[in-house]
Structure formats: C-alpha cells, structure tokens
Design a protein around this ligand. Structure first.
Ligand code: 5AD
Ligand code: SF4
Length: 456
C-alpha cells in the first residue's frame, strides 16, 4: 500500500499555494493524500508567522501531534513555511517540540524529496532553512486544491519593509516570474477547465520591477485578459503606493478582471502611516480610492487595518475610524498590532503608553464600525441580480452551495439549482455581515455572461 501524507496550512494564499507544491512533490514521490494526520506517514505543517497568535496555534498543534509521533515512530513530522524562517521560532520548536523530524523554510520547498530522505536517515531534527531565495523555481509538480479556482504566483517576496511586518524576512526580496512562464501556466489551467485565476504576490503591483524588459503588472493583466477562454481573474495583494492611475485604467478596460480591490490601508493617521513606513498619506490613499470608484463603478473595496501600533494615540485611532466611515469598505480584516522579532517597530514598544487591554478595546470599537457598514452595504444589494461562480457545497450544510460575485462577495445558494464550478445568475434575498443569501434566477450558465458583469 502506498504511503500517505497530510498537510495542514496556516496563513495567506501564498502559503496555500506552497502547500499545493508540497503536495504535488509528495504525489510525484508516490505518496497519496490522507484524510487525517492519524492515517499519514508524513505530516507537514505549513506555518504562518505574521502575528504571534499564528505561532501559538501552530505550537499547540505540534503538541497535539506528539502522541501520534509516540504511537507511530515511523511517522515523519515536518514544519515548513514562514515560522521556520525565523531563528527564534525554530529555537521554540527545538525546545517545545523536540520530537519534530524536519524543519524547512519558504526558499527550499523544491528540495522536499531530498529533505524527507535526509530526515528519514537522521536520528536528530533536520533543520534546513535557507536565508535567501535562489531565483525562482519553475515547473514543480503541484496538486491544486481550489476546485475550479486556481492560484498563480506572479511575484515572490516583498521589498517594502513596513516597520511592523515580518514578511520581507520570511519571504525575501522581490522576485518576479517571467511573463511567458505565468502565461503558459494560465493557458494550461484554462485548458484544464479552471474558471477563475488569482494572481498572487505579497505585492502584485510591484510585479516586473526586477525584469530586464519594461513589463509591469498592468501589462501582465492585459495579456492575461486576452488569453482565449479565460474566465474570471483576481489578484492579491495590492500596496496603495503602487496602485497607479495607469493600473486603474487597465482594470477599467479589461473584461475578465473582477471588480474587487483589496487595498490594505493599515491606519487612518498620517503620523502612524509614516512610522509604519507605508509611504503614502491618507489624502493620497483617498485619491486612489476615489479614482477606483470613478473608473470602476460598482467595484467592491476591502482592506486590512492594524490598531495599537506602537505610539498610536486615541486621536490616531479616531482618524482610522473616520477613514473607515469615509471610505465605507465592503469589509475589512482588522488586527491588533503583534510585535515581530527583528522588525523596526518593536523598538518603539517600550515607550508605548497604550495597554494591551486598550488595544483590544480599540479593535472592538473599530469592528463595530466596519461590520455595521459591511452589513449596510450588503443590505443594499437585496433584490439585485448578480452573476456568481459556484464553488460547491458549504461546510456547514451540503445542500447549500457557496458562490462568489465578481466583487468577491460570498453568496449562499440552494444547491439543487446550481452546478459546482459553473456560473449562475442569482437574485440576492438576504444580507448578513459576511455573507449574502440568494436564489438562482434561471438555468446554470455554462459560459460566463461576460458582458453582463456585476450589477452596477
Ligand atoms: N501585527 C498585526 N497585524 C499585522 N499584519 C502584518 N503584520 C502584522 C503585525 N505585526 C497585518 C496587516 C497585513 C495583514 C496581512 O496582516 O494588516 O496587511
Ligand atoms: Fe503569514 Fe506572511 Fe507567511 Fe503569508 S507570507 S504565511 S501572511 S507570514
């Protein structure tokens, strides 16, 4: 019987995509997927370290896996991903989970077959973490996990060095993939029937800066948009500073690129933005938002916000509330600042007068405003018709299917009248903060009604 593997993934879509490559390599080695870690010969945790609670959860998971290791000493337990790139975190793993067999990082995923062999032969924990990436790895096997939605990396790493953020240290300097590699990958995905492509990068708008020719994210979007048979196209994540008028023009003109912009603002205070090293002001951000709304009518807008950044005053925080009320985001991911070892902002913590408790109160106050607006915006959609891409049965109730609008709104539809992986036309019947409920208005659409797009 073939040996089996189990991978658990935390964090962002970059990590999800990396796990697909880990799975692909394991399958190329002859492993088959297991439903549960109990049934697996290789268990990998692909970790995130963006905030301390991610570290905590992952260490907790290692603790829960310990009895499995004891019961089945042949089981190989590995920790991969962003946490492995942080030396302090690796020390914590050594201390708290010495039974782990293998630790490797984000830059040597492609060495998995060798690493497994090495760990199988060694009695000690094998730690193989590369500090720097060696170029871009192409043509690795992968096992996609997103149904008819596929993720495609376009740029790795980040050069922005926001003072709170660990990503430049865990993911390294920016490296763009060659456009012809990206386009070939997407062409193959379209041929295999994938309906939605999400272009991935920590900062997709910097795509191409490091290429020898003049070719940027807007050029790439235009080329992807022109591929025969392409369905919907999304992209994650954008930095407001690089969200240029030229890019907005491209988004307005392309047919297949969805009308959803995730534009992390982080704070509504210029003083905080400056110390975050975000390199834009609130006024510049608002100008970009206004331009997006003017040129892409009906676009949904979401964001990320951090409260309790070192030195954030009550007035700074109120400026963030003000910005949220002004922009009226469709929704937002909100976080309390979490100190990350090695980042600049941790130096300012000693002088920070705001208590952890107060920071959590700020988060609650912010969420009240964000969620009330999200709900109002969703309620305004009741009665309107949208084209959605149906994903499949929802986790809670398999008779209800999840689907998404071009604006990336999550819609629940009765399963019997739609087909997983197909487009459908629906009418919104009820609104909640994070989801919409809808009824199909006709037969499933085999082809996207491209000209129709989202109701405007
Ligand atoms: N503390 C809290 N939130 C953070 N983020 C990134 N680093 C930190 C940190 N140290 C948030 C930012 C980013 C999102 C992915 O995570 O809002 O946009
Ligand atoms: Fe987490 Fe950042 Fe790594 Fe993604 S890149 S898994 S968000 S630390």
């Amino acid at each position: 019987m073939a040996e089996r593997y189990y991978i658990r993934t935390w964090g962002c879509q970059m990590n999800e995509r990396d796990s697909e490559v880990l799975a692909g390599q394991l399958e190329a080695m002859g492993y088959e997927p297991a439903e549960r870690p109990e049934e697996a010969d290789v268990v990998l945790l692909n970790t995130c370290t963006i905030r301390d609670n991610a570290d905590q959860k992952q260490l907790g998971e290692l603790g829960r896996l310990k009895p499995l290791k004891t019961a089945n000493p042949r089981m190989l337990l590995g920790v991969a991903g962003c946490m492995a790139q942080v030396p302090e975190a690796v020390e914590r793993i050594r201390r708290q989970a010495p039974f782990v067999d293998l630790v490797f990082g984000t830059h040597n995923l492609h060495k998995l077959p060798e690493l497994i062999e090495k760990a199988r032969r060694s009695d000690e924990m094998v730690v193989d973490v590369w500090q720097y990436a060696q170029g871009v790895q192409e043509h690795l096997p992968s096992r996609r996990s997103g149904g008819v939605r596929a993720w495609v990396n376009i740029i790795y790493g980040c050069d922005k060095y926001c003072t709170y953020c660990i990503v430049p240290y865990t993911r390294g300097r920016e490296r763009s993939r060659r456009p012809e590699e990206i386009l070939a990958e997407i062409r193959a995905l379209v041929a295999q029937g994938y309906r939605e492509i999400t272009l991935l990068g920590q900062n997709v708008n910097s795509y191409g800066h490091d290429l020898p020719e003049r070719y940027d994210f807007a050029d790439l979007l235009r080329d992807v948009d022109r591929l025969p048979g392409i369905g919907w196209v999304r992209y994650m994540t954008s930095h407001p500073r690089d969200f240029t008028p030229r890019l907005i023009e491209t988004l307005a003109e392309t047919e297949h690129v969805c009308e959803h912009v995730h534009l992390p603002v982080q704070s509504g205070s210029d003083a905080v933005l400056k110390r975050m090293n975000r390199k834009y002001t609130v006024a510049q951000y608002l100008e970009t938002v206004d331009r997006i709304r003017e040129r892409i009518p009906g676009a949904t807008l979401t964001t990320d916000i951090i409260v309790g950044f070192p030195g954030e005053s009550e007035e700074d925080f109120e400026a963030t509330l003000e910005l949220v009320r002004r922009v009226r985001y469709d929704n937002a991911f909100t976080f309390v600042y979490s100190p990350r070892a090695g980042t600049v902002a941790t130096r300012w913590l000693a002088d920070d007068p705001t208590t952890e408790e107060e920071k959590h109160r700020r988060l609650e106050r912010l969420n009240e405003v964000v969620y009330a607006i999200a709900r109002e915006k969703n309620e305004a959609l009741v009665g309107r018709e949208f084209e959605v891409l149906v994903e499949g049965p929802s986790r809670k109730d398999p008779s209800v299917f999840t689907a998404r609008t071009r604006g990336n709104k999550l819609v629940l539809v009765p399963g019997e009248r739609v087909r997983a992986g197909e487009w459908a036309r629906v009418r919104i019947t009820r609104a909640h903060t994070w989801t919409l409920e809808a009824e199909p208005t006709g037969a499933p659409l085999a082809q996207p009604a491209l000209a129709a797009g989202e109701a405007r």
